[in-house]
Design a protein around this ligand. Structure first.
Ligand code: KG4
Ligand code: ZN
Length: 341
């Protein structure tokens, strides 16, 4: 079964074709990240405009590279929630029109379910159940993946998402956007013990909080400026990266230990962080659990993950009607996702 995936929830315009949820036939991305960098973060209006400009060409390229025309597809899957509403609507309306014109099923995909499905593209043998940390620019969840379409959220951030904290710290340190890769790069030249940063306390055994950590970095930088001292940028980047990955890893492993999980996974943009990846690999070893990590190129937003999850949603009968709307917020376990939308 060949599914075209469309993804426009943030600043990447993506289209891809995936066969049977597991084999990538093509995956194309046009990003406005460089332009967003001029403003220090994503400007929603710019993201929407660039999606409109790019979506037809990116989709054409994805079909061409897969050697298919729209009529040969079995379904069109699209990210409809959560995300920037103006950005989502470009993808949703484009997918609706394409599905209608080519008489194919329209499959609605939740963005975070898509991130988790990137694991199926990397590991052909991986099947639910497993435990997964989903950490992106907008979300940080510890999720029990009970089946391909059933999810239980065990923990979440009570304030900033992990990727958002990376982005804000990068901005404070003048490292540009997106912040995650910039902080990771700067950290290579620094010591993780250069600054003592706090582990914010939070209710709930698997919840996380990053706003206090982000503020601690900001305060340290302001304090240094006022005292006329130079900030050790690589040292701060390394100290921050060490602390945030320590927090994420500890909570994930605690959840794994308490639930007896034998398979531990990471997904989402922050899942590309090498320090996080190796910490989770190390920690899981001590629990005797297997670790599955997405290929680096599939951690960030892409449409192959949307097409992969679309396959499983389609199998479960989750088909959308022509009135499908985009939603800026929606839980990964929302009951409305259990039936046709
Ligand atoms: O999943 P994603 O591509 O988009 C959203 O759904 O938000 O995640 C983007 C986030 C950004 O905040 C970016 O700074 C972060 O993922 N990120 C990283 C790394 N690469 C991307 N964070 C830490 N380390 C990285 N290597
Ligand atoms: Zn994402």
């Amino acid at each position: 079964m060949k599914i075209l995936g469309i993804e426009t929830s943030c600043d990447d315009t993506c289209a891809a074709v995936v066969e049977d949820g597991r084999h990538i036939l093509s995956s194309c991305i046009a990003t406005s990240a460089a332009e967003q960098n001029l403003y220090g973060g994503v400007v929603p209006e710019i993201a929407s405009r660039r999606h409109i400009e790019h979506i037809s060409q990116v989709t054409r390229r994805a079909l061409d590279e897969a050697g298919l025309c729209a009529n040969q597809l079995d379904a069109v899957a699209v990210t409809f929630a959560p995300g920037l509403i103006g950005a989502l609507l470009v993808g949703v309306n484009f997918a609706k029109s394409l599905a209608f014109a080519s008489q194919k099923a329209l499959v609605p995909v939740h963005h975070l379910r898509g991130h988790i499905a990137a694991l199926y593209l990397t590991h052909p043998q991986l099947e639910p159940p497993f435990l997964c940390l989903v950490a992106s620019g907008g979300h940080s969840h510890i999720v029990q993946v009970a089946s391909y379409t059933q999810f239980h959220v065990l923990g979440r951030t009570v304030d900033d998402a992990a990727g958002e904290a990376f982005d804000k710290v990068a901005r404070t340190l003048g490292l540009g956007y997106p912040g995650g890769p910039a902080v990771a790069k700067a950290a290579q030249g620094g010591s993780k013990t250069a600054y003592r940063l706090p582990t914010p306390h939070v209710d709930g055994p698997y919840n996380v909080s990053f706003s206090g950590l982000k503020t601690a970095v900001l305060n340290a930088v302001n304090h240094a400026k006022q005292a006329g001292e130079e900030v050790d940028i690589p040292g701060m980047a390394a100290s921050f990266q060490y602390r945030i990955t320590e927090i994420l890893c500890e909570k994930l492993l605690a959840a794994a230990r308490d639930t007896g999980a034998t398979r531990i996974c990471i997904a989402g943009g922050v899942g590309a962080n090498k320090v996080l990846r190796s910490k989770v690999e190390e920690g899981a070893k001590s629990l005797g659990a297997q670790v599955f990590l997405p290929e680096l190129s599939l951690c960030g937003d892409n449409a192959a993950m949307v097409a992969a999850q679309g396959y499983y949603e389609f199998q479960a009968g989750h088909i959308a009607h022509a009135g499908l709307n985009g939603l800026p917020t929606l839980g990964i376990d929302d009951k409305s996702l259990d039936s046709p939308l």
